[in-house]
Design a binder for this molecule. Sequence first.
Ligand SMILES: [Zn+2]
Length: 242
Amino acid sequence: MLERAFAGGVDQLISIGSGYGIAGNAAAVRMAESDPRIFAAVGVHPHEASELDDPSRERIRGWLSHERVVALGECGLDYHYMNAPRETQRTVFAEQIGLARELDMPVSIHVRGDDPNAYDELLDIWIAEGKGDLEGVLHCYTGTLEFAKRAMNEGFMVSFSGIVTFKGSQELRDVARGIPLDRLMVETDAPFLAPQGHRGKRNEPLWVSVVGEILAELHDCPVDVLAEKTSNNTRRLFRLPS
Ligand SMILES: [Zn+2]
């Protein structure tokens, strides 16, 4: 899968460690150690917020100080699946924003909730704990343009996944059209959300180009320009070598 990605024009990739139980972060760090083109993000996903305890806090700090770990994340609030109580999600998210600030690291944010409060509460915590010092990305964005604008004012980039390519995602395409090129990022969110043309399969990094092609069309710009802009945005935010 990695060979296909590198052969297909993916120069660098970030493996997200969170979301598989806190101990699962170790796998992303190992992957980043295996190849200079791979980096890792480490954090506590809202789904696993109830797992956080003192030993796992220590492990997270250790991973975040690893030279191949470029971001804290995914962290955030998920009021859709509600795998952890809201109060726990908020506390654990706030703690991680404080940690990102202390360690001066960019943050990858997961936010989801049919209840729009997930978004408002997330931004409130970001502002209160980040104190204007942090930058981050709203990963796999599916919210409104209005919220994205508020978030961009608070230091956020906005990243789109395969969802923006789905036939039924016209509303989200309208949102993506409204995000300026200097704030736009692309991702796969692999192994989830394989883009149109590959739906139902395990998603993989190679197919990030399908997301980029749609965004280029929406912004009425050549694909290579979109690719260069979004790659530069990603390198800048995560401080990757060029
Ligand atoms: Zn996510």
